[in-house]
Design a protein around this ligand. Sequence first.
Ligand SMILES: [Zn+2]
Ligand SMILES: [Zn+2]
Length: 255
Amino acid sequence: MKLIVLGSGTSVPHPQRSSSGYWLETAGGSLLLDCSASAIHRMAQENLDWANLDAIWISHFHLDHCGGLAPFLFGTKHAPNTQDRTKTLRIFGAKGLKRLLKGFDTANDYGLFTQPFPLEIIEIETLEKFEILPDVEAVSISTPHTDESRAIHLRDTDGKTLVYTADTGPADAIAALARRVDLLVMECSFVKDKPVETHLELAEAMYVVRKAEPKKVILTHLYPEWDNIDFNLEVEKFSPGCEVVQAFDGLKIEV
Ligand SMILES: [Zn+2]
Ligand SMILES: [Zn+2]
């Protein structure tokens, strides 16, 4: 698997950090983890084959994670690149995803569900095992962020594993889900003194790392508070015991 960070930022407009989007390339196809409005153009900027994207995972319904869905489907409906596409695009997320997309669609009768290719919207229960791509098995758990927010665990047929926490407050279940994974992509919204309970600050993220013992960690969903902070210096204070990388837009990591 190969992960490409499209957006390492948040809902706050930032000159270098787009909102959430992570492209995962696997032997069985491509998967977009979250789809912010900026992520759809970032795919093109990274020369990724967005027209043949196989699946999308929506972690929750905050607009910096799903606000690109309607614009993307509006694009695929009309773009020359997708008119000859025949394979299905699958969009996965929590219960409420269909209602959300319908809401976007009927706001102006965009016809988003009429695509040149088949489109499937699939609502997944927590702890339900499902095939998100032909060679990738997934399972998601609820996180303390919104009612529908989920962290997801992915395993490919080679046994490589990845956890994407998306937005979350502190929870021991995250560390259990991420136990010894090859790559943990974890939100770390704030450095310290976080203003809300429903995100992580560095000490909490490092607590998860020490408990979960992943092989490698990417900290992402970085608010502007992170600008001008010496990331490595702050991380080393917690002796994480594995490589911890600060996400940036365009970061590419082989899993
Ligand atoms: Zn967010
Ligand atoms: Zn959120």
